[in-house]
Design a protein around this ligand. Structure first.
Ligand code: UDP
Ligand code: UDP
Length: 472
């Protein structure tokens, strides 16, 4: 524990959780801190397998990426997997998150070595044990959960108003005293919320650890901006703790399409041709974690095909195998109009293409922000985690999108190709789609203002760094 004074250059430590959705916004935070000179140095901790991804994203910045070994031979976990995106099933998520705690001694050895002593650490909510490490070195810890204030506030209110336990059916509508105008169901919340808290349940155990450590931490860094959801931010800061700081959107503002040299991927060239032809393209992607069963994937293909619109569909390796199994002729039939991409893409760049006029999305929070920041309306199809709440927010609260209809009208129900095609056409060609597009463009403008000099997020980030590092 070295002695430092408040005149030392500010060194900030960031430790994202090992999944793309939790890592990408933290890497943008690193860039923002350095570009604004709020930090003289930034160190990002990750694991050896994730180091190439992290280093690639930090290239051209003075930030350092440091890898901390991930535990080997953890019972129940496949060896070599250091990211939840690479897990064979998301049911292993709790075991994976729990295993990260075995990194604690190695993290502390790295913290011991770090110079100058960090002013504070921002670590993911699922890395609850980092609070203890930070405390040992007298470093304040802030938490990053990667959720909207809307999802945080509604989850908090539904828990304290005791709506998630008890015999109510999963799809029975209810409202909250705190937000009486929002109609919700248990199925809008993560399933483990509604299970008894006494039950042996690895997900609950993890959540409890994360919540307890969060409450003892020095603040919450939220990837959102005040103007987007003021009521929900106010609710959180009034009814819960620690203080939430909206510093987002943690999305790069520069236009990646205008980069030099331009992108030379097959999908970029395909989008260029669509742009030249004046065609509107739907971008379809469901993030890095969602698992789509074979029967459902078949209906996605059917819906895209029968919608008649041009589309760019990004699928993961496993889905590509399933698609080949359930509908091997799909790509030939849609050739020219639809493109299937099977690699990691620059999603932000895709959304910035002029021809991309709609996003069929699982509503991961990063995807929602990236879409609205590009002024692209969303067709919301939530699949897991807090995505059903994000979908409500998109369609009902801010009006930047529509929802796909499930066959039985429930939040998590099966979606048929026919219903999907209808919703796709409404988004791309209908009046409701046009209204959402207009709203998305207005929100994009508000987001830009929030992160510009003097904007709400700009100011919040500056104040946060000053307040939290002031006590060094
Ligand atoms: N992403 C990307 N390329 C891909 C797939 C995903 O750049 O091929 C990015 C996407 O832009 C977003 C993140 O990965 O920043 C996914 O986060 P999100 O919260 O949308 O969903 P999750 O993957 O966590 O479900
Ligand atoms: N990798 C791995 N296990 C993980 C995460 C990554 O073995 O849990 C490997 C991955 O297969 C690749 C390298 O580490 O060879 C870099 O991973 P990255 O996420 O950057 O994959 P890419 O962007 O190349 O798809």
């Amino acid at each position: 524990m070295g002695s430092t004074t408040s005149d030392d250059p500010v060194h900030i430590v960031l430790f994202p959780f090992m999944s793309k959705g939790h890592t990408i916004p933290i890497l943008h935070l690193a860039r923002f801190l350095l570009r604004r000179r709020l930090a003289a140095a930034v160190t990002v901790f990750t694991t050896p397998s994730n180091l190439p991804f992290v280093s690639r994203h930090l290239a051209g910045t003075p930030a350092s990426a440091v890898s901390v070994p991930f535990p080997e031979d953890v019972p129940g976990l496949p060896s070599g997997v250091e990211s939840t995106d690479a897990l064979p099933s998301m049911s292993l998520f709790p075991a994976f998150a729990k295993a990260t705690a075995l990194m604690q001694p190695s993290l502390e050895a790295e913290l011991q070595r770090l110079q100058p002593r960090p002013a504070f650490m921002v670590s993911d909510g699922f890395l609850w044990w980092t609070l203890e490490s930070a405390s040992k070195f007298g470093i304040p810890r802030l938490v990053f959960f990667g959720m909207s204030n809307y999802a945080m506030a509604l989850s908090h209110a539904a828990t304290v108003e005791n709506h998630l336990h008890g015999p109510t059916a999963e799809d029975e509508p209810f409202t909250l005293n705190a937000f009486p105008r929002i109609k919700l169901t248990k199925n809008d919340f993560e399933r483990h919320h509604s299970q008894p808290w006494t039950e042996e349940n690895p997900q609950l155990e993890l959540l409890l650890k994360a919540v307890v450590a969060t409450q003892k931490s020095n603040g919450l860094v939220v990837n959102s901006f005040q103007e987007l959801e003021p009521t929900f931010l106010d609710y959180w800061n009034r009814e819960s703790e620690p203080k939430a700081w909206c510093v987002g959107p943690l999305v790069p503002l520069e236009d990646p399409v205008a980069r030099d040299p331009p992108l030379r991927t097959t999908w970029a060239e395909w989008l260029d041709r669509k742009r030249a032809g004046g065609e509107r393209v739907l971008y379809a992607a469901f993030g890095s974690q969602a698992e789509i069963p074979a029967a459902q994937l078949r209906e996605v293909a059917l819906g895209l095909e029968t919608s008649g619109v041009s589309f760019l569909w990004v699928i993961k390796r496993k889905e590509s195998e399933i698609l080949a199994d359930v509908d091997s002729g799909f790509e030939d039939r849609v050739s020219g109009r639809g493109m299937v991409v099977r690699e990691w893409v620059d999603q932000r760049a895709i959304l910035m293409y002029e021809s991309v006029q709609g996003f069929l999305s699982h509503c991961g929070w990063n995807s929602v922000l990236e879409s609205v920041c590009a002024g692209v309306p969303i067709l919301a199809w939530p699949m897991m985690a807090e995505q059903p709440l994000n979908a409500r927010m998109v369609a009902e609260e801010i009006g930047v999108g529509l929802r796909v209809e499930t066959a039985d009208g429930t939040v998590r129900g099966f979606v048929k190709g026919e219903g999907l095609a209808k919703a796709v056409r409404e988004l791309m060609e209908g009046e409701r789609g046009e209204a959402a597009r207009k709203k998305a463009k207005a929100v994009a403008e508000a987001a830009r203002k929030a992160v510009e000099e003097g904007g709400s997020s700009w100011t919040a980030l500056g104040t946060l760094v000053e307040e939290v590092s002031g006590g060094r």
